[in-house]
Design a binder for this molecule. Sequence first.
Ligand code: PLP
Length: 460
Amino acid sequence: MSTVLGVVGEHDDTAPGAGDANVRLFARARRSIPGGVNSPVRAYGSVGGAPRFLASAQGATVTDAAGREYVDLVASWGPALLGHAHPAVVEAVQRAATRGLSFGAPTQGEVELAELVRDRVRAGAAAPLERLRLVSTGTEATMTAIRLARGATGRDLVVKFAGHYHGHSDGLLAEAGSGVATLGLPASAGVPASIAANTLVLPYNDRTALALAFEAHPGRIAAVITEAAAANMGVVAPLPGFNAALIDLAHADGALVIYDEVLTGFRVHPAGWWGLEGAADHALDVDLFTYGKVIGGGLPLAALGGRASIMDRLAPLGPVYQAGTLSGNPVAVAAGLATLRAADDAVYRAVDAAADRLRDAVHTALTEAGVAHVLPRAGSLFSVAFGLTEPPADYDTVRAQESWRYPPFFHAMLDAGVSLPPSVFEAWFLTAAHDDDALGRIQAALPAAARAAAAATPPD
Ligand code: PLP
C-alpha cells in the first residue's frame, strides 16, 4: 500500500535487535484491534516497521515492550509538557483516585480549573474567557464549539483551513491534518455529503480567499475555526497579521472565531498561542477557545471556553445541548490542575530553550549532510520539512516537500534510541524534562539520521 510518504513496510523491523517483542505484539494486536492501534498514526504506516509498544514513560524517556529506552519527542502528542509521570501530577492523580474515580456530579476541582484557565487567558483588560466547560477529548471540544457558534449565530456554514486538524467529528475532517494527512486522505468515508457541504475549506494564511468566502456567503457563516498556530501538517505558523485579519473579516460579517488551542494551549505560553501572539501584538478578540492535551496533564480532559454571553447559551442555561458522563472527571481534573499549577515561567523557559537547542542541532546535522530543509516553528513547537527553502505557509506547500526522506531519518533516530513522531506531518514535542543528557543523546543521533535522509531516493 503506497502512501503520500512512501512505501509502507519498507523498513525491515524484523532484523536482530530491532525489538522483536514489538513485532510480536503488533502481529497479535492486528488480530483483535483494527490495524493493531487505537489511533491511526500510531501504526507507523508512513514510516514502516512495527510501532513501539510502550510499557512505561518517565521524564524525557519512554520504554518499549522489549525493554528499550528512547528519548521521546512525542510527549503523548503534547500533554506531557512537564515530562512523563511528573511526581506532582502522579501524586495528585493517586490522591484523587483514592477519593473516588467518577461522581457524575460537580466538584470543587472543576471550579478551580475553570478559574485557573480564566486567570491565565487574560491580557490587561482583555479577558475573553469568562466561562469554561470541561469535556473529555479535543474532538468533543471543537465539535461543541461549532454547535455553540451555530446556535449563537443561527447560521450553518463553517470555515476551516486545509491541513488543520480539529479532531474527528464529521464536519471537520475535510482536508484535515494529522493522521488524515499522513494517510493522504482528502476526507473520511462515512461523512454524509449534506454535512460536508456545510464546511468550506480554504487555503491557510490566505486573507483573500477568506474575504471571498464571506463575499460569496454573506450572513451565512457561523464560525471560522482555526488552529491558533497550525501544527498538524507539520508546524505552519500564521503569517504576521493573519489571525488578526481573520478575526476582523469574521466579525465584520457577524461570524464567530474559534481558536483551536487543543495542541498549542498552555504548551507554547502560559496563555497558549493567544498569549504568545498577544505578547508580541495586542490581545486578539477571539470568541471561543478549545483546549485539550496539556490541560489534562495526560488524562482524558479537554475544554471549551469564551465570553459568558456566548458560553451561557450552553445547556442548562441555554438551548445548545452538550453533556458527558465523564466530563470533568475528578481524576483527570486533578491531573490538569497539578500540571497547570506546576507549569510556571521556568517550565516555559526550559521548554523554549530545549526547542531552540534541538532545532539548531537538527539544522546543523541536515546542513552538514547536504539535505535541503526548513524547520518551521511556532513557539516551542517545530517540525522538519525536507526539500523546501522557505517555511511553508499552506498545506499545498507542505505536501510538495520531499517527505520520502523522513522514513529513513525517523528509523535512524529510532535505532539510535530517539523516538520521533512517526509522520513528517506532526510537530516535535519537547518537555521541561528534556535536560542536557536527553538533548545530548538526541544530538548524538542526528548526524547518522541526516546522512540517511541524504541517501534517501524518491519512490517510483
Ligand atoms: N484540535 C487540535 C488542534 C488537535 O491537535 C487535536 C488532536 O491532535 C484535536 C483537536 C483533537 O483532540 P483529541 O485527539 O483529544 O480528540
